[in-house]
Design a protein around this ligand. Structure first.
Ligand code: SAM
Length: 290
């Protein structure tokens, strides 16, 4: 799979890659971190501080809310701060799977991940309800990364900040295997998302609502996106359109639309024979296996 331009195609590819993601985390949980035991220990430590590169974006208020998007089974972020109360929320589309694995292996992280897709955060969380949104090595695993950023902006308060850290061009590096379908890169100071079928200049796409800065850091890069104003369009309309496109996209992804199309062709071909003798037979449903 090297990228496809339809939502159905991206959903289909995304779905087939999920078992390998779940397999990785099952190993990580059952072996207390597998090759990364220190990482496991750190994620289980409830007293860890919120890292400085994120804490520096906290507002002046006493209470702050931080969202980790695509957090995996246990967020990499700590939630303590010497002067603030941090409400840290971790979300991931695979949360139900991760929580089953955690329970099976008797592991209890300080914060349970809840289910939410980057692409549809505003159907789970209130608009303008977080001060900071964080995302590490996850948005490039999603099926619609630009929509994911838009949704992060919607749930972020105005003047809040998105902080993201990803490896550069991970899909190319991983040869488009599994959930690696998107490359993130910094080009001429602009944040570029691309694969073999499309390219998105994120600075340009968000120029009316946010300020995007990107810095290369070794094999990866850090992106900071500051929300400059309220989301300009109706959320009601956005959710309505989304539901419709997701439902038809899901049917396409499951091959249902293709099957229905073939069935219609079959009926048409039989219902319109030159001599009309097969009309009754055409109106009978096709044979189904139990
Ligand atoms: C490599 S793991 C990174 C987990 C965690 N952020 C970390 O750094 O340890 C990638 C995560 O992205 C999640 N993911 C995949 N598709 C996503 C989507 N559409 N929205 C949000 N997260 C997604 C996966 O379920 C997985 O937990």
């Amino acid at each position: 799979m090297t990228g496809t331009s339809t939502l159905a195609g991206r959903l289909a590819a995304w779905r087939t890659a999920l078992p390998s993601e779940a397999f990785f985390w099952d190993l990580w949980i059952s072996t207390s971190g597998h090759l990364w035991p220190d990482d496991f220990t750190a994620r289980m430590d409830a007293s860890r501080p919120l890292p400085y590169h994120i804490a520096k974006h906290l507002p002046d208020s006493m209470n702050a809310r931080v969202l980790d998007v695509g957090a995996g089974p246990a967020t990499v972020l700590g939630r303590t701060h010497p002067k603030r109360n941090i409400d840290l929320v971790a979300c991931d589309p695979l949360a139900p799977v991760y929580n089953t694995l955690l329970d099976r292996h008797g592991v209890t992280p300080p914060i349970r991940t809840v289910q939410a897709f980057a692409e549809d955060l505003s159907s789970v969380f209130d608009a303008e309800s977080f001060d900071i949104v964080y995302c590490q090595n996850a948005l490039d695993h999603s099926f619609e990364p630009l929509r994911g950023i838009e949704e992060m902006l919607i749930v972020l308060r105005t003047r809040g900040v998105i902080v993201m850290a990803h490896y550069t061009d991970e899909a190319e590096h991983e040869r488009y295997v599994g959930l690696h379908q998107w490359n993130f890169n910094a080009r001429d100071g602009r944040f570029i998302i691309w694969n073999r079928v499309q390219e998105i200049d994120v600075n340009e796409a968000l120029k009316d609502v946010a300020r995007v800065t990107v810095t290369v850091e070794g094999r990866g890069h850090a992106v900071t996106i500051e929300k400059l104003r309220d989301w300009p369009n109706s959320l009601h309309e956005r959710h309505r359109n989304r539901l419709a496109s997701l439902l038809s996209g899901l049917l396409d992804a499951e091959g249902v639309t293709k099957a229905a199309d073939q069935e219609l062709k079959r009926i048409n071909a039989m219902a319109n024979p030159a001599d009309g003798e097969h009309r009754d037979e055409a109106l009978k449903p096709a044979q189904h296996s139990p």
